[in-house]
Design a protein around this ligand. Structure first.
Ligand code: ATP
Ligand code: MG
Ligand code: MG
Length: 551
């Protein structure tokens, strides 16, 4: 079932088909290549590609590259990689707004010829004064009544580079008294003497979003141009340009509410600041809400798609509890991640009854319910590591781990009983001496004294040293944008802790980069996409076994 859940846009499309307004569905995802995509974009991707998929249509990937200063090839490449990783295929080649610059310019000339656009010399400050306010109408620019001939001449000279940046703009001639500020003679072109990553130095004037977007949709035959709610007030302008230009098709714009998960920010500008100021290690830092960050954290594309569907698509902006995203991630990993044993804080246990050079090759299932995931060999030896937290000299009944004089089961192996501790001069426990209870692999002890619990372990002789990176939330405020001061004031100083002395069961050294596992009793972990190798394993903690934040 690929019908998006609670998606009002799907209902609109169904009505459009019924009424004969459309015969196919064409959507587009139109990122500006000025940063890496984030979780909000994943939602937009899932909406746009999802609507096309559900209706047998197609979806374009179009770079809305009309602001050359902030854009780059690096961003173009990362965006394509992210969309593909999420599992979507765009129709045909990627598209660029910049490839329509000549057509857009010709349409600007058309509007000038129709007396519907003019060159204005007001500077930014003057333009602001003339624009009026929400409660007061604006005033007409003194340049508004230039003749068509004069405007054509000035526009051509703007394009030829005769004027400085800011000296002139091209504006649509609409209505300076409109209650909608966007209709008060909006800017169509501004002078920017900067090279463009696609068009080089061909252009020194660049179209605004408002003059470009609807026309790009029309060129591509987009039927449903889906964007976020902040563009609602731009819709009359979108329609004005479409209605006043000889475009081949009439796309319509629809808006939905932005996705803002709690405990993070979703704005490329803000995420860029975190990167530029070294708060994180890069756009793909596993703490980042970027698609590449979540990928490196060990979130699967399926989990992200599931989450985007789960939250529905509505016309409300609001904060979505990040626990919902984590729920989707955890569900997916619980079902699909093989189990393995890792000891993050090793304490040596010597099994004094067990022969020194004996190695038993025990087998362990890779998943409690997925037989298709198979099993693996886990070597058992006289010396094993357990987690230091899993041993106490004394403890009450609630502590279901290893205690002096008591028993615990080593997962997939024997029941053992602790006999004594070895301490260093400072009184720290450095070793536990214990013994195995015979015939307890898969069986309870014959004497009827049952173990207290089950703990993970790794053979000291076979264990593989590893680095494990444990992450916490990047922000310690539920809505970092809305707290006191700036979002930068709400950075969690303890969002990363690196464990350098973890020990993994040997099968984990063979893990491939980006493979995810459940480390039993510890949580879900993924082999780092870039830093992991079998010589030097590096794992990132994806998420805990349970939601510890909301109780
Ligand atoms: P940012 O503020 O992060 O730069 P943007 O809206 O300027 O976001 P674009 O590159 O223009 O980013 O976005 C491409 C598409 O993704 C747009 O249609 C935009 O509406 C949508 N989008 C961006 N952020 C979100 C979000 N948080 N939730 C849903 N859709 C989003
Ligand atoms: Mg944008
Ligand atoms: Mg933006």
């Amino acid at each position: 079932d690929n019908t998006p859940a609670s998606n009002f846009l799907q209902n609109i499309i169904a009505e459009d088909f019924d009424a004969g307004r459309v015969t196919e569905v064409v959507t587009r995802f139109p990122p500006e290549p000025n940063g890496y995509l984030h979780i909000g974009h994943a939602k937009s991707i899932s909406v746009n590609f999802g609507l096309a998929e559900a209706n047998g249509g197609r979806c374009n990937l179009r770079f809305d590259d009309t602001n050359p200063e902030k854009e780059s090839q690096e961003f173009i490449e990362s965006i394509q990689a992210d969309v593909e990783w999420l599992g979507y295929r765009w129709d045909g080649d990627v598209r660029f707004a910049s490839s329509y610059f000549q057509q857009l310019y010709d349409w600007a000339v058309h509007l000038v010829e129709q007396g519907k656009a003019y060159v204005c010399d007001l500077n930014a400050e003057q333009a602001r004064e003339y624009r009026g306010t929400l409660t007061e109408p604006g005033k007409n620019s003194p340049y508004r009544d230039r003749t068509v001939e004069e405007n054509l001449d000035l526009l051509a000279r703007m394009k030829a580079g005769e004027f400085d940046e800011g000296a002139k703009v091209l504006r649509a001639k609409i209505d300076m008294a409109s209650p909608n500020m966007n209709m008060r003679d909006p800017i169509m072109y501004r002078i920017r003497k900067v090279a463009h990553h696609q068009t080089g130095t061909d252009w020194v004037i660049y179209p605004t979003y408002d003059f470009a977007h609807g026309q790009e949709d029309a060129i591509e035959g987009v039927t449903h141009s889906v964007c976020t709610l902040e563009f609602e007030d731009h819709r009359p302008l979108y329609e004005w340009f479409i209605d006043n230009l000889p475009v081949a098709s009439h796309p319509r714009q629809f808006e939905f509410g932005r996705l803002n998960p709690s405990y993070t920010v979703t704005s490329k500008r803000k995420l860029k600041q975190l990167v530029d100021e070294g708060v994180v290690a890069g756009w793909d830092d596993p703490r980042m809400p970027t698609i590449s960050g979540m990928r490196r954290r060990g979130y699967s594309p399926e989990a992200l798609r599931k989450f985007c569907e789960m939250i529905g698509t509505t016309r409300k902006d609001g904060v979505v509890d990040v626990a919902m995203l984590e729920f989707a991630v955890r569900e997916d990993l619980n079902e699909n991640a093989p189990r393995a044993m890792a000891v993050l804080n090793p304490l040596k246990v010597v099994l004094t009854d067990y022969p020194e050079d004996k190695v038993e090759e025990l087998t362990a299932p890779n998943h409690p319910s997925r037989e298709d995931l198979g099993e693996r060999v886990v070597p058992f030896t006289r010396e094993v590591y357990i987690d230091a937290d899993d041993f106490r000299e004394e403890a009450n009944k609630k502590y279901k781990r290893l205690v002096l004089g008591k028993r615990v089961r080593l997962r997939n192996a024997y029941v053992i009983e602790a006999d004594e501790v070895v301490k260093d001069d400072a009184g720290n426990i450095v070793e536990v001496h214990a013994h195995t209870i015979p015939n307890t692999i898969g069986e309870n002890p014959e004497d009827g004294v049952k173990p207290k619990g089950v703990i993970q372990w790794v053979s000291a002789a076979h264990g593989v040293p590893a680095e494990v990176r444990v992450y916490d939330r990047l922000f310690n405020h539920e809505a970092p944008d809305k707290g006191d001061g700036n979002y930068m004031d709400h950075i969690n100083p303890e969002s990363l802790s690196v464990i350098t002395h973890a020990v993994l069961e040997p099968s984990l050294a063979k893990a491939e980069a980006e493979q995810g596992f459940q480390f039993e009793r510890e949580g879900y972990f993924v082999a780092d996409r870039f830093d992991h190798s079998s010589d030097k394993p590096v794992f990132n903690k994806t998420i805990g076994l349970r939601d510890t934040w909301n109780g």
